[in-house]
Design a protein around this ligand. Structure first.
Ligand code: GRE
Ligand code: ZN
Length: 326
């Protein structure tokens, strides 16, 4: 399929690129991977062309800004990354757009940076890598807590999507993973961590206060679609501090948007489609952590959807979600 639009497509700046080392080292050589994630010109554009991708909405690697302890450094690095994305958009008009990296260490500064990115740089939303570190190494701040209400007010008034992207959980929060570091990483822990954060947002009452918030999660919904029925079924028996006024599934279906990033499996796709519907699903690749051609070859040929649905999920839904002028 030609004309695909994707938006879990990562880049890095020199300040943040080293963090991807732990992941890249597993498969590719770090030098090659560094080249891939830093490149926003010839190689990436060529690959997009080969795979029928018209537009990539770029975002910074993980955890990057969310892993910085110092507030001022987080603010400065986020600005630098966002400016680099804007430069790439200028070099390749029509091929790139941007999702803002945000210094969540300071909710007010994060709101200001989002505003700058959307209003001045023309970005389409934000992509944040899970909880934020703040001040000390063993810290994890989640965005359902009251101090972020002001931040969400800005997201709501700008009316742009917020992509909640994975990062690894803290060792102190996961003693049961000891001696199994792979369980904390992308094969499993990424999705658990991101799911918990997404469910915290649903269970905090956030969506009662901000009816237009649009949250995106990747990797075919990070395990949530598969468990959506059971979550509500069990919550009926015992709410245990759940502060939503409606079923969690209702919040998830109304406020969440799910992408295929890094999860190119027919059965999982069928489950997400059946639980959420084709209006809520989007094609994304997760390049360079995934090969763009693996993503595109699967999506272009899967028989789970019709060709008309392929165009909707591969392009039209993204145009609507990000209000793209295409
Ligand atoms: C991602 O961005 O989704 C990612 C990483 C590191 C490893 C795997 C992965 O940041 O999918
Ligand atoms: Zn990703």
């Amino acid at each position: 399929m030609q004309g695909k639009i994707v938006f879990e497509e990562h880049m890095a700046i020199v300040d943040t690129v080293a963090e991807t080392k732990d992941f890249a080292g597993e498969s590719a050589s770090f030098d090659d991977f560094t080249k891939d994630i830093l490149d926003l010109d010839d190689q990436r554009i060529e690959m997009m062309d080969r795979n029928g991708i018209e537009l990539a909405i770029l975002s910074l690697n993980a955890p990057a800004i969310q892993g910085i302890l110092d507030r001022d450094q987080a603010v400065e690095t986020a600005r630098k990354a966002n400016d680099a994305i804007r430069d790439a958009i200028d070099r390749h008009p029509g091929r790139y757009a941007g999702l803002a990296a945000l210094p969540m260490q300071d909710p007010k500064a994060a709101a200001l940076e989002l505003e700058r990115c959307v209003k001045d740089l023309g970005f389409k939303g934000a992509l944040v890598n899970g909880f934020t570190h703040r001040d000390v190494a063993d810290s994890a701040v989640y965005y359902d807590v009251p101090e972020f209400r002001e931040f969400w007010e800005t997201v709501s008034s700008l009316d742009v999507p917020f992509y909640l992207h994975p990062r690894m959980g803290l060792p102190s929060q996961s003693a049961n993973l000891m001696d199994h570091p792979w369980l904390r990483s992308s094969p499993w822990g990424f999705s658990v961590e991101t799911s918990i954060h997404a469910l915290r947002l649903c269970g905090s009452g956030l969506f009662e206060d901000f009816k237009n918030l649009k949250i995106v999660v990747g990797h075919m919904g990070e395990f949530i679609p598969y468990n959506l029925w059971r979550i509500d079924a069990r919550l009926k028996f015992s709410t245990r501090g759940y502060r939503g006024k409606r079923l969690l599934g209702e919040y998830f279906r109304e406020h969440f948007h799910v992408t295929t990033s890094g999860n190119f499996c027919d059965a999982t796709f069928r489950c997400a489609l059946e639980m959420l519907g084709k209006d809520r699903l989007y094609f994304c690749t997760d390049y360079p952590f995934e090969r763009m051609e693996d993503a595109a070859n699967w999506f272009d040929t899967t028989t789970v959807i019709t060709d008309e649905e392929r165009v909707q999920i591969g392009r039209e839904n993204a145009i609507e979600l990000f209000k793209l002028d295409l």
